[in-house]
Design a protein around this ligand. Structure first.
Ligand code: SAH
Length: 249
């Protein structure tokens, strides 16, 4: 994509994208463009929908109740969604929003809330989580919005893993793991589909740790000699995986 499009706002839409099509925006996105960004009719932005790549679109009708976009030209071909699975034990709201945004920026393709013994959050707000994921996707210029999976209990996840995830290995960020560098452990997973699991602020219970390490698809790693907060651990784990066997290479 030429640099000139880099400076344009990016908007995720559900509608199909092709030259000459029109996209009618809802109130929230209309408000974002016309009031927050103070855009006017005739101005351009980049739109993507996770299927048709990224397109330049222009505001054809700046109606306050619902703007209409005219799709003009494709500036990026669609790339496949990341295959990286990221599971985490939900945290309290503020940190939870941060966590799903960082997972999106760091290239997770599936974001899976996992309920564990010490998970502090009772009821998740999927609509709010999705809004954070979409916002992060727009900002970091990915072309696919990660899939936000419905929450699942850890034991259920383990029981169904082989059936639903096939050969995927689950990298278990274990604060009690022996303090070896994860580099060689991760290097051995080259070419395999990967999942990453991070626990809650209270960590995993002993029985959960035993359940995890007895699975043949689970690969425990240490994230160094310090105990990281769950959201720090998430970014650290995603960085080390992306750098060694992921899409940073
Ligand atoms: N219960 C722990 C803190 C858990 S930190 C305690 O208070 O001591 C939350 C999660 O971050 C952990 O469950 C683990 O998944 C991850 N984590 C934190 N520090 C880590 C480390 N040094 N190595 C591996 N994982 C870590």
């Amino acid at each position: 994509m030429s640099r000139s499009h880099k400076s344009l706002p990016r908007l995720y839409v559900e509608a199909p994208l092709a030259a000459g099509l029109q996209v009618d925006l809802g109130r929230e996105q209309t408000n974002y463009l016309l009031t927050v960004l103070r855009m006017a009719a005739g101005e351009a932005l980049v739109v993507f929908n996770g299927r048709d790549g990224a397109w330049i679109a222009r505001i054809a009708d700046a109606h306050r109740k619902g703007a209409r976009l005219a799709v003009e030209v494709q500036v990026q071909h669609q790339t496949p969604r990341s295959d990286l699975w990221f599971g985490f034990a939900p945290l309290k709201t503020g940190r939870l929003d941060y966590l799903v945004q960082k997972a999106t920026e760091m290239g997770a393709g599936v974001i899976q809330p996992v309920i564990t013994r010490y998970t502090q959050v009772s009821r998740l707000r999927p609509d709010k989580l999705l809004a954070n994921v979409v916002e992060a996707a727009e900002q970091c210029e990915v072309l696919s919005v990660p899939a936000l999976a419905p929450e699942i209990e850890l034991a259920q996840l383990m029981a169904g893993w082989r059936h639903t995830q096939g050969l995927r290995r689950l990298i278990f960020c274990d604060e009690a793991a022996p303090r070896h560098s994860p580099v060689s452990i991760l290097g051995d997973l080259e070419g395999l589909p990967i999942g990453i699991l991070v626990g809650p602020e209270g960590g995993f219970s002993e029985s959960e740790r035993n359940l995890l390490i007895q699975q043949d698809f689970v690969v425990p790693i240490s994230l160094g000699p310090r105990i990281l907060r769950a959201d720090t651990a998430a970014v650290a784990a995603l960085a080390v995986v992306q750098a060694i066997i992921g899409d940073w290479r």
